[in-house]
Every structure is written in C-alpha cells, then in structure tokens.
Design a protein around this ligand. Sequence first.
Ligand SMILES: [Zn+2]
Ligand SMILES: [Zn+2]
Length: 169
Amino acid sequence: MLKIIAVAWLLLFIGDFLSTFIYHVPEHIFGSLHLKTHHSSKKEFRHYAILMLNHQVLLDGLLGAAPYLLVAVLLWSFSPVGVFSGLLFGQFHVWWRHTNVMNWQTPKFVTFLCQILFITTPEQHWLHHQKTNAGYGDIFTFFDQPAKVWLRWLRLLRLHLRYSQVEPE
Ligand SMILES: [Zn+2]
Ligand SMILES: [Zn+2]
C-alpha cells in the first residue's frame, strides 16, 4: 500500500515538475498556444477541464500531460497500480481545479487539507487564469515560487534574444 502511494505521489511530483518547468512556464514566455487556449477570456468549465475536440485545446492539454505519461512509463515496473492511481488523481485534479469557473467554492476543511499536503486548490489555480505570473504548480503549490523565478529568467532571456536580433553588427 505504501509503495502504491509512493509511486502515485512520485508520478505527480515529477510530472508536475517537468510539466511546469519544461512546458508551462516556457510556453508562457515563448509560445502563444497555451495563452490562447487556457487563459483566454472566461470560458466555461468544459473548455478548460475536458479536452474538447478543438485541435488547439487538445494539443495544449496533450503537451501538458506528456511529462506525466513519460514518468508513468518509467515508474510502471515499480507499481502499475501506483501509476494508475497517480494518473487518475491527476485527471481528477484537472477537473477539480477548474470547478471555480462554475462558481463552486472549496470547503474550508478541504482547503486546510490541501495546505498541509501542498496541493493547489481551485482558488489558487484560478489566480493563474487571471494573472499569468501567479498560481503556478498545477498540482503542487511548492512549485509556485521556483516557477516564478524561472519565469523571470526566461523573460530576461527573451528580452536578450530580441535585443541581440535588432542590434546592428
Ligand atoms: Zn487551468
Ligand atoms: Zn498558464
């Protein structure tokens, strides 16, 4: 049982880490797909939480989920049940963290539990939808601070790249 929980947690931890630092933050700086699909003006719940048959929304969802699937393959031999539990929790969390769009409110004791476990609540994730420099870490809140640092570095890098392009020889 402990092994199942450990594998499920590791999958979410490494998956969220890779997804945040390799896809989500760089995409905010260098891309436009995620901004267009995930941060566009208030859409309904279905749009954010369920992969609709719109190829751009689908692509953003798949790119964000790819790291989790990669970790799932790597952890498979340790505990297939753990891998499944982790993926299920991850999918559940995608739905749950977008319930704010439907004006749901997280019960106080759930918010408290999330604080102890460092899990991102729908309220915290909704901050990210409104302000792209807040509320990072789709699943875990401890990725929020390092993600902001990463965001600043990449922003500087983008500035540098643009500047060096316009600078005459
Ligand atoms: Zn979202
Ligand atoms: Zn985002």
